[in-house]
Design a protein around this ligand. Structure first.
Ligand SMILES: Cc1cc2nc3c(=O)[nH]c(=O)nc-3n(C[C@H](O)[C@H](O)[C@H](O)COP(=O)(O)OP(=O)(O)OC[C@H]3O[C@@H](n4cnc5c(N)ncnc54)[C@H](O)[C@@H]3O)c2cc1C
Length: 375
């Protein structure tokens, strides 16, 4: 477990108590049952922003607190425990990272303070198919007049319905599959030619498919850094989603362990069966390894280490495997407790499947890790 500074411990404790008090899993269920179009509770998001969570990675001169990625990971872990849905990951981590790493002074001063305040919800619009494959970007950005014209489609855009600002990967040259020619553009979601379609994902969070039909933006809409910027931004988002998954998986495990200690079957508490104890022990050790991998990735980002890509892929793959296992075991070990929707176990399982797919699943990251290692 990472050694935390005093500030980080305070941030984590504040997040822990807010989440448990104000945003338990029952709040997620209520939001889901209310069919909230945004995929999160706007009032809860306002409270999160008021506590400064949307500005954790953002420098102080742009209205943030500059606490770094490990700090943001601690908050995401706590929100993950109760499946709290919010734009924290997409906006305050993903889109904010793109602006911090590739924005001009003008772009940063325009958008970062609004993101830090929670007044603007921004997101990354990167994927174009069922699987994460950023190099396959086909969405075109053609020079036109005094700017660019964007044409194409993006899929599975997290918080795509709520977003006011889209950070869109687009191709100014080359073919899908090539990394050269991929750039990031800032597109206001209300720009002419942008249309979005709400998606109903298994985890009931807000996501959309978005079409860009000759959307015109100025030359100043482009961020600086091309493919390298996209990769760096995605690695930050991947580490963030892994931190959130860690919180969800730990909570799923602890809930299951509590149940094993009280459920009586065959005249005994089922936790007394060695077969189940071994399965619980495997989950525990996998979770410890996953925590180390996730914290190492976040710390590497804060240290701007050259190992970030491999550590992030390691973390996302290990966390994906672990949350997959723990969420399956949660359903299995609660055998006979209820039907699909009545018990929270189903929410964790569905969230695991959606989070596994976000910004690259286990297969994607194993492959990327192998390539980085020279295989
Ligand atoms: C989230 C969720 C969603 C569900 N969705 C559905 C659904 O869609 N459709 C549906 O039909 N059902 C569903 N169920 C119900 C569940 O699948 C069934 O209740 C379950 O399959 C019962 O199987 P079982 O025989 O293992 O249970 P039980 O026999 O009641 O087992 C109880 C406990 O004993 C343990 N156990 C069982 N046998 C042994 C053994 N030999 N030694 C040691 N321990 C043992 C089990 O792991 C479990 O923890 C769902 C349950 C949950 C929690």
């Amino acid at each position: 477990m990472a050694v935390l500074t005093e500030e980080q411990s305070m941030l984590r404790d504040a997040a822990k108590s807010w989440v448990q008090e104000k945003s338990p899993v029952s709040a997620f269920r209520k939001m889901r049952d209310g069919g909230a179009d945004l995929g999160y509770d706007a009032a809860a998001w306002n409270e999160m922003a008021e506590m400064g969570w949307a500005g954790v990675i953002i420098p102080e001169e742009y209205g943030g607190s500059n606490f770094g990625y490990l700090s943001m990971g601690l908050i995401l872990e706590e929100t993950g425990r109760t499946l709290t849905a919010s734009p924290l990951l997409a906006s305050a981590l993903g889109a904010a990272s793109a602006l911090m790493l590739g924005g001009s002074e003008a772009q940063k001063s325009e958008w970062l303070p609004k993101i830090a305040e929670g007044a603007v919800v921004a997101t990354l619009a990167v994927d174009e198919g069922a699987h994460h494959a950023p190099e396959k970007t086909a969405l075109k950005a053609e020079k036109s007049g005094a700017g660019y014209k964007l044409t194409g489609k993006k899929t599975f855009v997290l918080e795509g319905m709520a977003a006011n600002l889209l950070v869109v990967s687009a191709r100014t040259s080359g073919q899908p599959g090539e990394t050269a020619g991929v750039e990031l553009f800032l597109v206001p979601a209300d720009a002419r030619g942008v249309s979005r379609q709400r998606l109903q994902l298994a985890d009931s969070r807000g996501a959309a498919n978005i079409s860009f039909d000759g959307v015109e933006v100025g030359l100043d809409a482009k961020l600086d850094g091309g493919w390298e910027l996209l990769e760096k931004t995605l690695d930050r988002a991947r580490a963030g989603v892994a931190a959130e998954m860690l919180g969800s998986a730990v909570q799923a495990f602890e809930t299951t362990l509590d149940y094993l200690k009280v459920r009586v079957q065959f005249g005994q508490v089922i936790g007394s069966f060695q077969a189940l104890q071994h399965r619980a022990a495997k989950m525990f050790t996998d979770l410890e390894l996953a925590r180390s991998a996730v914290e190492a990735a976040l710390a590497a980002i804060d240290a701007d280490s050259p190992d970030v890509p491999e550590l992030v892929s390691l973390a996302k793959a290990k966390m994906g495997d672990t949350f997959h296992l723990v969420s399956n075991e949660m359903v299995q070990m609660h055998g006979g407790i209820g039907m699909t929707d009545a018990h929270d176990a189903g929410f964790y399982l569905k969230r695991a499947r959606a989070a596994e797919a976000a910004f690259g699943n286990q297969a994607y990251h194993r492959d990327r890790y192998a390539k980085i290692q020279g295989y």
